[in-house]
Design a protein around this ligand. Sequence first.
Ligand SMILES: [Zn+2]
Length: 322
Amino acid sequence: MSTFDLDAFPFVKARHFRASAPPRAVRLIVIHSMEAPEKGETAENVAHFFATTDREASAHLCVDSDSTVRCVADDDVAFAAPGANADGVHLELAGFARQTEPEWLDAFGVLMLERAAVAAADYCIKYRIPARRLSNAELADKANRGIVSHAQVSQVFKKSDHTDPGEGFPWAFFLDRVSRHVQAQQTTLSRSSTMATIKSVKLKAADGPPSVEIEIGHAQFGKYEFSLFDTDGRNPVVVGSGLTHDALPDNFQVDGNPATLNGRFLSWSANIIAAGNEPNPQFSVAVHVRQRGAEVTGSPITKQGPLTGPRAEFDFVKLEVS
Ligand SMILES: [Zn+2]
């Protein structure tokens, strides 16, 4: 299953866990806050703590804004939330349960939540878990599968008193990002009902590999990723990703003979947040596809509007080569 990002994360083995014969029956994705600061080294620090502590404590993944560290193999049992250890995978996020929703959705938080959403989406697909939050009543019934907080596990199973990740955790934003990543991995784009509205860009086989550029306008702060799908809209491969907090464009070359791109899909996602404090922030996203430096037919693909909060944009085009 090498398509999972999970397998690529650095592994710092926790000292305490219970080995389990794969495949483990996982029905829950449990979200925790580490009760440690929103800092770039927090995932590494907590992974180090799990690797060395005398306390029986561990989790599968530690996530901060710039890294995801695996501490327990997916099919082994972490000691993270009694009641949901045997049938859960546990994600630890940098931050505190006391944080408000705006504090979770600051620049650090949006980047971290995106990393966590990518991992959670992989778990959803791997263990056939729907990208939705369970109520406490649903959590209590072991027939249900979904995403919960450590606080809910405490309330339902009454084996710990932890309340993380807290009342301010931005569930709607997080679940939306998980759903989008599940869709991006699973959707058969060419067979979807939106087929009639799929935009295309026209490439010329003789003009060589195309370049792709994304501009996130209005000086906003954005994180973006481009993926190339096969002609069935499956098997996405990331062809470019990055961060931008200025109006400078970011460029990628799509490698290979253009003929091999015919009928394939190029998608992009961008998470955008306001970089400043202006009263009515706006956003714009423009994606340019070029060959030999010239815009091809169908390019650019643009979107703009008011930026009322953190915004997740997703779009794709079909590549037609003649
Ligand atoms: Zn917890």
